[in-house]
Design a protein around this ligand. Structure first.
Ligand code: NAD
Length: 249
């Protein structure tokens, strides 16, 4: 950013898990952060100190997203970074694609795809006016792998990856960068709160990676931090996969 003064980033789904780790990293990087979530945003903001602000929002509801943007702009009059991290994943039950109900399919797309679109289109006026800004969309390494039994989820994240490329070209006209970060299986709060904590999946993932260890939310935050920094000034439309080398590109 060429602008002076305190920088503000909005991170959706940041009350816990990968989003909270991203918020924490961005505060360390010098941003003020608006933690936006369906639930728990105020509490998470309190735990991250005076540079964190909380906002209740359902990213699938455009009116609520507009209120989130208004709140973000009320802090420093600017939005330098947007991280579209909110997503339905840890609450999904794996099942054959024939057994997914149309309602389940639609809700995943409303949040994971339309939510990203709403956040981008309602934040873009402020970024375009400033002539700068950066957006990171959280997709998933499952798009590259074609993970079975989660068709609605993998399809939604494939859409996020494709949207990033279109948005990078449209917003590039205004000097705004848009990139994707695709995490592998990460031990987020959502994953760790599940019964059994997926021990078998964790062991399998460690084995399949070039780096044989668990993937933590902070590992993902590092890539987001870079993409929102001036060091990534000529990075746009790209995808950074953070999966310990399970997939390679
Ligand atoms: P999590 O379940 O721990 O946290 C997700 C957060 O998003 C929650 O706080 C939840 O309240 C919030 N959220 C859900 N729907 C929302 C909505 N409509 N509006 C606002 N907030 C909403 O999940 P996580 O594992 O930290 O995942 C974060 C992101 O990373 C998701 O987009 C997920 O798909 C993606 N991801 C996760 C993994 C993984 O293995 N954990 C892997 C690849 C990608």
């Amino acid at each position: 950013s060429t602008q002076q003064g305190p920088r503000l980033a909005v991170v959706t789904g940041a009350a816990q898990g990968i989003g909270k780790a991203i918020a924490s990293q961005l505060i360390e990087d010098g941003f003020d952060v608006l933690i936006a979530d369906l639930r728990g945003a105020a509490e998470a903001a309190r735990s991250l100190g005076s540079k964190a602000h909380g906002c209740d929002v359902d990213v699938s509801d455009p009116a609520q997203v507009q209120s989130m943007v208004d709140l973000a702009l009320s802090i420093h009059g600017r939005i330098d970074g947007l991280v579209n991290n909110a997503g339905i994943y840890t609450s999904l039950k794996k099942k054959p694609f024939e057994e997914i109900s149309p309602e389940e399919w639609r809700r995943v797309f409303e949040v994971n795809v339309e939510g990203v679109w709403h956040c981008c289109r309602l934040v873009s006026p402020a970024m375009r006016k400033a002539g700068t800004g950066a957006i990171v969309n959280i997709a998933s390494a499952s798009v590259a792998k074609g993970n079975p039994l989660l068709l609605q989820y993998v399809a939604s994240k494939g859409a996020v990856l494709a949207m990033t490329r279109v948005l990078a070209r449209e917003l590039g006209e205004s000097g705004i960068r848009v990139n994707t970060v695709s995490p592998g299986f990460t031990l987020s709060d959502g994953v760790m709160s599940e019964a059994g904590q997926r021990e078998a999946q964790r062991a399998g993932a460690r084995e399949a990676r070039a780096l044989h260890r668990d993937l933590q939310p902070g590992d993902v935050a590092g890539a987001v931090s870079y993409l929102l920094s001036p060091r990534a000034g000529m990075m746009t439309g790209q995808n950074i996969t953070v999966d310990g080398g399970m997939t390679m590109n």
